[in-house]
Ligand binder design. Structure first.
Ligand code: NAI
Length: 633
C-alpha cells in the first residue's frame, strides 16, 4: 500500500498507520480510502484481536477530505459517488466485529473525525495541537460521511449540532468531558492506553436521558431551536449548508444519500465553490509566512492604547513573551485588564490564564527594546511623536530585530527618515478589534528590504494571523476600499435613505455589519478624517458633518447615526430600499479594489479579494468583491 502501513503485534492487535505519500498532512483522498477498504477486506478473512488507526504524521491525525477532489464534482453522479465513498466505508468500519480504536493526536478534522467516530473507541492525546472538529459548514458543505449520524449519537444532538453548525473545534480535555472521546491521556502513556482501551470491552457510555429525549421525542424542538440560532448568523439564501445539516439530521438520520436533491443543491451551490475559493485564498495568505524562518520569542510593543494593548495581549496569548511600554504604568493598566478578559475567555483554565498573564510584562521604562526580536510601534498617530520615538529606540535595538509600525495613515517613507537603517522599517497593520480580525497587512515601503517584509509575514503567521503583503499607499488595501464605500453609504443617507435601510440592504447582501453601523463603530471623527485622506470627495457628507459638529461620534459617545445602549445600536425597522442601492454602494468599493490591483498596491485580484474578505468580513459566500463583479458564481 502507498499510504497506509499495516502491522500486527504478537497479541494480534493490528495497527494501521496513515502516512499519506508525498504530503506533510494526512487527507482522505480517494486512494487513501480505497486502501482503507482494502485493509478491511483483508481482515474479513483474518480478523485481528483489535485494530488501532493512527497517523504517521507529526502534523496530526487527519486534516479532512482531500479538497482538491471537490472541484471535480460537476455532475450529480460524481457528488453522490463522493459522498457514498465515505458513508459506505465508514459504515463498514463501524460494523466490524473486532474492536477498533482511533488514536487521535493533533488535528482531527472533517472526514478525519468521521473516520474516528466510526471506530468503537476514540482516544485523544492531551496536547496543545489536538483539535477535533467538523468544519464542513465553513466550506459550505455538510459532514456527509457519517458525522451527522454518529456525532449526535456520541455527544447528544445539542452539542453535535453546535459543533457541526459552527465548525468549532474541541480540544482534547473538552473532547473527553463531552464524551466525544472515551479517554484523554498524555502522550507518554498513549501507546499503552490505546491497547488497554481497545481490548477493554468497555461499553459506550449511554447518552444521558435528556440527550436521549432530544434525539427522540424532542427532536423537532431541538431542530427548530438550532434553526433559530443559525438564522441569527446566516441567511439561508447565502449559507444553505447549516440549514441542510439540521434537516438531514432531523429527517434522514444524518444520511445525506437519502436526500439526493439536498445533496446536489449543497455541493453544487455557488456558496460551496466560493467558500472553497476563500479557503484556498486563506491558504495562500498563510503561505506568505513560510517564505522566511524568522521566529520571535520576545515582542516589545510601544503604546498600550486601543491597538498596542490588544496586540500585546494577542501575542502573549499566542505564547510570546511581551513587554508593553507606554508613558506611565497607569496607561498600561487598562490594557492588562482587557488582556485578562481575553485570556479568561480563550484559555479557560486558571493555570494557562496565569501563564499567559505572566508572559505579558508592563514595561514603562522600555527595557524590552534592547531584548526584543520584534518591536512594534503603536503610539499616537503623529509624525513628530513617532520620529522622536524612533530616534530614541533605534540605537538600542538588537541588530536582527524587526522594527514595525502599526500606523494607519502615515507614510512609512516619511516615518523612516530619522532611522540610520531606514530599510528595516516595515508596516504591520492590525485591525480593530485585534482578537477578532484575522487579517494583518504587511506593508512594504518603497525600496524596502524584501527579507524584512518576509520576516514580518512570518511573524504574523507565528501569532496566527493572516499576512497580506501590500505596498505603501494611503489606506493600504482595506481602509482604502472601505472609505469610498462608507462615503457612498452616507451620500445615500444625505439623499434621504434611512440609515437602517442602508444597513439592512447590505446585511441582506451578506455583509457582517451595515456600513452606517460600521461608521458608528469606528467613530464619525475617524470616518471624517479617513474620507478626507482616502476619497477624492471635495466635501464631506452633510449627515456626517452635522453629527461631528454636535460631537455625536458614534458608539464611543453613545450617539452617532444610531443611539447606542449597552453596546448595541438602537435601530428602527428598515424601509424599502431604492432600486439598485446595494450595487450603487458596493461599486465604489469594488472599483477601488480593482484600481489598487492595477496600481500594484496588492499583488493580484485574488489577493485583493482575500484582503477585503478577511479584513472587512466582505460576504465570504460571494468569493470576494472582484470575484463577485465578474458575475461567476
Ligand atoms: P491610542 O490613542 O488608543 O493609544 C496610543 C497610546 O500610545 C496611548 O496610550 C499613549 O499614551 C501612548 N503613547 C503616545 N506616545 C508615546 C510614547 N512616546 N511612548 C510610549 N507611549 C506613547 O491609539 P490607537 O488607536 O491604539 O492607535 C495607535 C496606532 O495604531 C496609530 O498609529 C494608529 O494609526 C494605528 N491603528 C489604529 C487603529 C484603530 O482602530 N484605533 C487600527 C489600526 C492601526
Amino acid at each position: 500500500m502507498k499510504h497506509w502501513q499495516l502491522s500486527r503485534e504478537e497479541n494480534s492487535i493490528a495497527i494501521a498507520t496513515l502516512d499519506r505519500a508525498g504530503e506533510s498532512a494526512n487527507a482522505l483522498s480517494a486512494e487513501v480510502m480505497a486502501e482503507l477498504a482494502e485493509i478491511l477486506n483483508q481482515f474479513e478473512q483474518n480478523p485481528p484481536a483489535g485494530l488501532i488507526i493512527r497517523s504517521g504524521k507529526a502534523a496530526g491525525f487527519i486534516a479532512g477530505a482531500d479538497i482538491d477532489e471537490f472541484s471535480q464534482l460537476d455532475t450529480p453522479e460524481k457528488i453522490r459517488a463522493l459522498v457514498a465513498r465515505g458513508w459506505d466505508l465508514f459504515n463498514r468500519l463501524a460494523a466490524v466485529k473486532y474492536p477498533t480504536l482511533a488514536l487521535v493526536r493533533g488535528h482531527c478534522l472533517g472526514g478525519g473525525l468521521e473516520l474516528a467516530l466510526a471506530c468503537r473507541y476514540l482516544l485523544v492525546v492531551d496536547e496543545a495541537g489536538t483539535k477535533l472538529a467538523l468544519p464542513e459548514v465553513m466550506l459550505g458543505i455538510v459532514p456527509a460521511w457519517g458525522g451527522m449520524l454518529r456525532l449526535p449519537e456520541r455527544v447528544g444532538p445539542a452539542a453535535a449540532l453546535d459543533m457541526m453548525l459552527t465548525g468549532r473545534s474541541i480540544n482534547a480535555k473538552r473532547a473527553k468531558s463531552m464524551n466525544l472521546a472515551d479517554d484523554c491521556v498524555p502522550p507518554r502513556v498513549m501507546e499503552k492506553a490505546a491497547r488497554q482501551l481497545l481490548l477493554s470491552k468497555q461499553p459506550r457510555r449511554p447518552l444521558p436521558w435528556l440527550q436521549k429525549l432530544q434525539a427522540g421525542p424532542l427532536k423537532k424542538l431541538v431542530a427548530d431551536g438550532a434553526r433559530k440560532q443559525v438564522a441569527k448568523k446566516a441567511r439561508p439564501q447565502h449559507y444553505p449548508a447549516p440549514y441542510a445539516i439540521i434537516d438531514l439530521w432531523q429527517d434522514h438520520g444524518g444520511n445525506a444519500l437519502a436526500a439526493p436533491a439536498v445533496l446536489e443543491r449543497i455541493f453544487n451551490s455557488p456558496t460551496a465553490s466560493n467558500l472553497l475559493r476563500v479557503f484556498r485564498l486563506q491558504e495562500r495568505l498563510k503561505g506568505f509566512g513560510k517564505e522566511s524562518d524568522f521566529k520571535a520569542s520576545h515582542v516589545h510593543i510601544i503604546g498600550a492604547g486601543t491597538m498596542g494593548g490588544d496586540v500585546a495581549a494577542w501575542c502573549a496569548l499566542r505564547g510570546l513573551t511581551v513587554t508593553l511600554q507606554d508613558q506611565d504604568i497607569a496607561r498600561i493598566a487598562p490594557a492588562l485588564r482587557r488582556a485578562h478578559e481575553l485570556f479568561t475567555k480563550k484559555l479557560r483554565e486558571p493555570l494557562r490564564i496565569r501563564a499567559a498573564f505572566d508572559r505579558l510584562i508592563p514595561d514603562p521604562a522600555g527595557y524590552g527594546v534592547a531584548r526584543a526580536d520584534v518591536v512594534i510601534e503603536a503610539i499616537f498617530e503623529n509624525l513628530e511623536a513617532k520620529h522622536a520615538l524612533f530616534r530614541a529606540i533605534e540605537p538600542r535595538l538588537k541588530a536582527t530585530a524587526l522594527l514595525a509600525s502599526n500606523t494607519s495613515s502615515l507614510r512609512l517613507e516619511d516615518l523612516r527618515t530619522v532611522l540610520a537603517r531606514p530599510e528595516r522599517l516595515v508596516g504591520i497593520h492590525f485591525f480593530n478589534p485585534v482578537a477578532m480580525m484575522p487579517l494583518v497587512e504587511v506593508v512594504a515601503a518603497a525600496d524596502a528590504d524584501p527579507a524584512v517584509v518576509q520576516d514580518a509575514a512570518a511573524f504574523v503567521r507565528q501569532i496566527d494571523k493572516l499576512p497580506l503583503p501590500v505596498n505603501s499607499a494611503p489606506g493600504f488595501l482595506v481602509n482604502a476600499v472601505l472609505a469610498p464605500y462608507m462615503l457612498a453609504a452616507m451620500r445615500a443617507v444625505d439623499d434621504g435613505v434611512a440609515p437602517e435601510t442602508v444597513d439592512e440592504s447590505l446585511l441582506a447582501f451578506g455583509m457582517p455589519m451595515g456600513p452606517i453601523e460600521l461608521i458608528d463603530t469606528v467613530g464619525l471623527d475617524i470616518a471624517l478624517a479617513a474620507g478626507q485622506q482616502l476619497t477624492d470627495a471635495t466635501e464631506a457628507p452633510r449627515c456626517l458633518r452635522e453629527r461631528v459638529d454636535q460631537n455625536h461620534l458614534g458608539k464611543k459617545t453613545g450617539q452617532g447615526f444610531y443611539r447606542w445602549s449597552q453596546g448595541k445600536a438602537q435601530k428602527n425597522p428598515a424601509g424599502a430600499a431604492p432600486e439598485g442601492l446595494v450595487e450603487k454602494l458596493l461599486e465604489p468599493l469594488v472599483d477601488r479594489a480593482q484600481q489598487l490591483v492595477a496600481d500594484g498596491i496588492v499583488g493580484d485580484a485574488d489577493l485583493a479579494d482575500a484582503g477585503v474578505i478577511f479584513g472587512t468580513g466582505f460576504a465570504p459566500f460571494s468569493g470576494g468583491p472582484l470575484h463577485w463583479r465578474t458575475g461567476t458564481p
